[in-house]
Design a protein around this ligand. Structure first.
Ligand SMILES: Cc1ncc(COP(=O)(O)O)c(C=O)c1O
Length: 394
């Protein structure tokens, strides 16, 4: 195929383009009505009480660690098989990242490894957990919540890969990724390879009103514009009997992590097709699963899992480098998710080394993410499958 088949890509329709044009022609490019509209629609889709739109998923994570008041040296547990941002948000606040290994079956943060860490240290040693719905597979947050409550920890769910994903709790109730029913805060990214694209963009969801208010304030420089919160006097502000209309106060150190209105318009338009996208992703996953069942070159793969949002379709193979390079010659741009975070040079400086996370390190030797995006045609997928067969049957 002459066309490159990437591992993921956006799907922009005429409706999306129209939505952006309309917003560009409106009075607001930023700080306008599209933001709240997108937030409300997203919260409704996910099933959370509140949503806060932000500049990107990394900003979302940073706002979460700020809102939870992560302090210097506080220990936070996360997975080594994730994008670096899941860990970096702890470092932005000078906290300490503690990696716990993955479950080799699900590739998710391993509950038993986290429990072992917590049990081995006095209560109060750890402050939070950041589980990641890696590849789109939902973490069982009911279990993690119980553990977090026992050890007085907060949870940030990194749901960047899993809008539309879910797990069934112990009562059989469907629990959407990012719903806020178990995690204190959850975050999403709207990078083009994700389910919903807005160029750059992100969202924080929560059911906690207090955290919601903090996020809003931190997103815009730490500024409040509500009279009842002001601490300076009316006289200082320049009013007579009340605060003048222009007045506002910066009360804490915040950032500019806002999303623009035209990005929100794109996100909102994409959100309307989110369910369609998930259906197609699950179909693509089922096709891969059928094609590779019981093939000897597959070392193991997760099959078709209920509630999986299939941001990625990952297989573990022998001779991964050979396969990767062969696929490149066919213009199939598979990808590797992820190089274990604890072995990034930045994290090695804190003492992390090879052998610390055996499951994650073994997974990294074999994993490869195959093309997975709703706009991929059946023909393109068959081409990918055929290329993999050609490589292994040579
Ligand atoms: C698991 C995970 N967390 C966080 C992020 C950060 O999101 P963004 O790229 O929007 O900053 C990403 C995006 O790549 C991600 O995959």
């Amino acid at each position: 195929m002459s066309k490159i088949i990437p591992y993921g890509r956006q799907n922009i329709t005429q409706e999306d383009i129209q939505a952006v044009i309309e917003t560009l022609q409106s009075d607001y490019l930023t700080q306008g009505p599209k933001i709240l509209e997108f937030e409300k629609a997203f919260a409704n889709y996910i099933g959370s009480k509140y949503a806060v739109a932000v500049a990107n998923g990394t900003a979302a994570l940073h706002l979460c660690t700020l809102a939870l008041d992560v302090q210097k040296g506080q220990k936070v547990i996360t997975s080594p098989i994730t994008f670096a941002a899941s860990a970096n948000c702890v470092r932005y606040c000078d906290g300490e990242v503690i990696f716990a290994d993955i479950d080799p079956e699900t590739y998710l943060l391993d509950y038993a490894s986290v429990e072992k860490l917590l049990k081995a240290a006095p209560k109060g040693t750890y402050h939070g957990i950041i589980p990641v719905d890696f590849a789109g597979r939902a973490v069982d947050l009911e279990k993690f919540r119980a553990l977090a409550d026992e050890y007085n920890l907060w949870i940030i769910e990194d749901s960047c890969h899993s809008p539309g994903g879910f797990f069934n709790d112990s009562k059989g109730t469907t629990q959407n990724c990012g719903s806020g029913n178990f995690a204190d805060l959850a975050i999403f990214s709207f990078h083009p390879v994700k389910h919903i694209a807005s160029g750059e963009g992100g969202m924080v969801t929560t059911n906690d009103e207090n955290l919601y208010k903090k996020l809003l304030q931190l997103r815009t420089h730490g500024i409040v514009k509500q009279e009842e919160l002001y601490t300076n006097s009316i006289e200082f502000a320049g009013g007579d009997t009340q605060y003048p209309l222009w007045y506002m106060e910066m009360q804490v150190l915040g950032y500019n992590y806002r999303l623009t209105d035209f990005q929100a318009a794109l996100g909102l338009s994409q959100l309307n097709r989110a369910d369609e996208g998930i259906v197609r992703r699950r179909q693509i996953a089922a096709n891969y699963f059928d094609a590779f069942q019981k093939q000897s070159f597959i070392k193991g793969h997760s099959g078709v899992v209920e509630g999986h949002a299939y941001h990625l379709y990952i297989i573990e193979v022998e001779n991964r480098l050979g396969l990767y390079n062969y696929l490149r010659t066919k213009n199939i741009y598979a990808q590797i998710h992820y190089i274990p975070c604890h072995l990034m040079p930045y994290y090695r400086q804190f003492g992390w080394k090879e052998g610390d996370m055996p499951n994650a390190e073994n997974y990294y030797k074999h994993c490869i993410s195959l093309p997975m995006y709703p706009a991929m045609t059946d023909e393109e997928q068959q081409f990918v499958i055929a290329a993999i067969y050609q490589f292994y049957k040579k």
